[in-house]
Design a binder for this molecule. Structure first.
Ligand code: G3I
Length: 377
């Protein structure tokens, strides 16, 4: 499975480089790049392990941000523009909003950066009309949305988060049935647990060349990881029992929004659990807060800061994680960060990124570049 998926990714990157010949923007031609330390790009350091990704958003489409993105990363995920609220019509029957995301996709592909699609079916950032109406109307809304998006991006986007964050937190000890652990989203309320299977089958039928992901956070929590594993295993077993020779859900995306207290052994346990059921894993949204600042959007701004000790502990956490990811590189098909710099991160006050608000590389950057050296120092 991993070999096949890696082949698809490498072919995609080769195709992009052929088509982008002559239009590639390099780190030295865009913006006024500050002198970055003489260190190999992360995508080169990890080229024998997995592609390395980051997000793309408006602020990252020019200047030093773009330079860094092109220099270090070979995969990109749109932070917001390819979500249903970004692409989907504002009202039933309205126009799709392709242009902002298309600009990002074109810019990335022209710079040999492959695109991961995020996300098709989610409880958040989804226009209200999509989950309103009778179960049949909601079902048709979902099918036509997935069909439209996959048709539009055919040949340009090679993998998609089909369903995002369907499983709840706070699962009871001893829970045996993943169907009891689904978030009561509009999709769930209309269709029950079956919406997940339907979303993946619709995506598969719409474009069989696309790799299909189930993506979620807190999979370092053993109970949540267990329910996700059971769900993916059950849906895949049912699909294969019908005679299909590949999985319906091919990749589990571990978002990996962590703090420095993340248990590395819990992350390892989740990787082991997912390996058991024959899927691949991608680390899809990695960031490590220096301190826990609470929920989403806990602030943005240049007043983000961290003490030297906090930065050191953060660097060690990143080093431990990358040592683990390397060890599991036969299973892990990509590691993507959720932001380059602390200022523009969704969790700015947690200082979670590899570059600071001035785009200076942090200890965290050097830890990712050389995990073993960092841990042995
Ligand atoms: O687009 C509006 C803009 O028109 C308005 O002026 C502005 C005022 O606040 O808000 C803008 O929307 C914000 C949007 O980001 C774009 O910047 C939303 O308020 C804000 O909630 C939204 O936050 C995003 C969040 O998902 C929403 O759930 C973050 O940028 C994005 O990083 C975050 O990404 C998620 C992944 O998709 C799934 N996994 C968790 C991850 C972190 O929450």
């Amino acid at each position: 499975m991993k070999v096949k998926i890696i082949t698809v990714i490498i072919s995609a990157l080769l195709i992009f480089s052929v088509f982008s010949c002559g239009s590639t923007q390099t780190a030295t031609t865009a913006g006024n790049a500050r002198q970055q330390p003489q260190i190999q790009p992360l995508k080169i350091i990890y080229q024998d392990y997995f592609p390395i990704g980051n997000i793309i958003k408006d602020n990252y489409m020019r200047g030093e941000y773009l330079d860094l993105l092109i220099e270090h990363f070979n995969y990109a995920t749109a932070e917001n523009s390819m979500k249903p609220s970004g692409l989907g019509p504002r009202e039933r029957g309205g126009e799709y909003n392709w242009a902002p995301a298309d600009r990002m996709v074109d810019l990335m592909l022209n710079n040999d950066i492959a695109i991961h699609g995020h996300t098709l079916v989610w409880h958040n950032q989804t226009h209200a009309w999509m989950t309103e109406g009778s179960p049949e109307v909601v079902r048709q809304n979902m099918i036509s949305y997935i069909n439209a998006v996959l048709a539009h991006y055919k040949g340009r986007v090679f993998s998609w988060d089909v369903v995002n964050e369907a499983v709840i937190d706070g699962i009871n000890p001893g829970e045996q049935n993943w169907r009891n652990c689904l978030r009561p989203s509009g999709w769930y309320q209309a269709m029950g647990a079956d919406y997940i299977d339907l979303a993946f089958r619709t995506a598969r039928a719409a474009d069989p060349d696309v790799l299909l992901f189930y993506n979620d956070y807190n999979l370092n929590n053993p109970r949540k990881a267990t329910m996700v594993r059971d769900m993916v295993r059950d849906l895949n077993e049912r699909y294969r029992a019908e005679g299909h020779d590949r999985n319906l859900i091919e990749v589990i995306g571990m978002q990996a929004h962590y703090s420095t207290s993340v248990s590395i052994s819990n992350v390892r346990a989740a990787l082991d659990m997912f390996r058991e059921i024959g899927v691949s894993v991608a680390i899809t949204e990695l960031d490590v807060e220096t301190r826990t600042v609470g929920g989403a959007n806990s602030g943005t701004g240049r007043d983000s800061f961290a003490t030297d000790t906090e930065q050191r502990i953060q660097a060690l956490t990143y080093a431990n994680l990358f040592q683990l990811f390397k060890e599991y590189s036969d299973l892990i098909i990509r590691v993507s960060f959720w932001g380059m710099d602390d200022e523009l991160s969704w969790k700015s006050f947690g200082n979670p990124c590899l570059w600071d608000s001035n785009l200076e590389p942090k200890q965290a950057f050097f830890a990712v570049a050389d995990p073993e050296g960092t841990l042995n120092r």
